[in-house]
Structures are given as C-alpha cells and as structure tokens.
Design a protein around this ligand. Structure first.
Ligand SMILES: [Cu+2]
Length: 103
C-alpha cells in the first residue's frame, strides 16, 4: 500500500467506527413506556408493567427489574407512568435510566 492508500484506508476505518458507535449509543438510550407497580427500596428492585422492550426483544408484561442506581428509586412511587431503559444483566434485567412521565 502507498501512504495515500493507507491514509484512505484508515479514514474509512474511522468513519465506520464512528457510525457504529452512533448506532450503539442510539440503541442504548432507547426508552420504553411503563407503569411502576412496586418500589422495593431494600432490594433495589422495581416492578414495572412495561410495553415492548425493543432493545431486549421482550414483549409487554409485568416484571421485576433490578435497579443499577438505587437513587432512581427515590424518584418514583407505585402508580407512576415512566419511561425507562433496561439492559440484560447477570441473570437479571437492570434498569439503567428512568424518568417519570408528567401527566
Ligand atoms: Cu419484561
């Protein structure tokens, strides 16, 4: 490879990596609508009746989530409409971000 071709090669590589990173970031912030059914502060768990979670390929249901940051629990109470992001964790599902939907 000449140095010009090498430069082009790396430019393409960097562009590709940037595009991939952008797509991943978008997936990681996808929010799912839900309704809080139970807040378990002692165990850092939330029971949420949720809609389809596209990034987890999960249909709508009511289930228990672990919460990554226990401080999130202080923001919600049973009955609150929320939008949240969850990820597959170590044998469980983990809420990584959560916001209350204002009525
Ligand atoms: Cu579920």
């Amino acid at each position: 490879m000449t140095s010009t071709r090498l430069t082009r090669f790396f430019a393409a590589l960097i562009t590709g990596a940037a595009l991939t990173a952008g797509a991943v970031a978008q997936t990681n912030t996808e929010l799912t609508p839900g309704e809080v059914r139970k807040v378990d502060t002692a165990a850092s768990k939330l029971t949420i009746k949720h809609g389809d979670i596209k990034n987890l390929d999960m249909p709508a249901m009511t289930m228990v989530f672990q919460v990554r940051d226990p401080a999130l629990l202080a923001k919600v109470k049973a009955g609150d409409a929320v939008r949240f992001h969850a990820e597959r964790g170590d044998g469980t599902y983990i809420v990584t971000s959560l916001e209350v939907v204002k009525k």
